[in-house]
Write a protein that binds this ligand. Sequence first.
Ligand SMILES: C[S@@+](CC[C@H](N)C(=O)[O-])C[C@H]1O[C@@H](n2cnc3c(N)ncnc32)[C@H](O)[C@@H]1O
Length: 271
Amino acid sequence: MARELLPGQSPELLKALHILTRDGALNADSLRKLKQVNHLVRLLAPAIEDVLARFGDPVLVDCGAGKSYLGFVLHELFLRPAGKGSLHAVEARPELVAAAEALAARLGADRMRFERAAIDAAAPPARVHLVTALHACDTATDDALALAVRHGADHVAVVPCCQAEVARQLGEAAAPAPLLAPLFEHPWHRREFGSHLTNVVRALALRASGYAVTVTELAGWEHSLKNELILGRKVRASDRAAEDRLLGLCAAAGIRPKIVRLLFPAGAPAP
Ligand SMILES: C[S@@+](CC[C@H](N)C(=O)[O-])C[C@H]1O[C@@H](n2cnc3c(N)ncnc32)[C@H](O)[C@@H]1O
């Protein structure tokens, strides 16, 4: 089992998070879970190391944190050894927040903060440095991206979840561009294309907000359709050409997704 662990990773934490079985054994399920989490952590590592190197007290925000297992792993592997920084977990469900708070107290994870709130009403520190959102449902991913942009995050990483908003808007679009319309005529295609278009729009919105964007597969999560990882690194104030492409695409498809309403309200055409 030791060779599956990342340097500094303790079986005790993984047991507490139910990533390992209670007796510490690795069955097929727990091995898959551990590999998934560690693969994601490896992909996030350069961004976390960057903010730890550049800032005295970097703030990491995990949106739609659930049981906060990602936060606990990042705390153990990065924040505790660095002796600085904090992780602010935002989660809407009170029982999950209470359980994560109790676990943090038991484990002495003193750099973790918990906020019970909807992401769009959350109050993290004014300046944050890295934002994550792993499978935050439907438009909650858009709320997380908007939070990252508004709070000046240097890095953002989202793995979107189910997404219904854009497919619904495609179904109601009054006059989509004739070349695009056949792509979403049938309900099944509308769902698939809507899901793809949602993430295309998110990547463009990040670029328009000044981020260099990488879209990649979260390998090891193939059993789930929700395995697209969007990474953004802030490199400039904004990108007008990307904004024009974003708004042009939305106008052509006849959609007005939440991320556009949040970040580019003046440019978002009514669907
Ligand atoms: C599929 S779970 C993922 C949890 C965790 N990130 C993980 O990967 O294990 C999605 C979580 O996001 C929370 N959530 C969904 N929409 C939210 C919102 N708008 N504000 C805050 N939390 C939200 C849900 O309560 C749920 O705990």
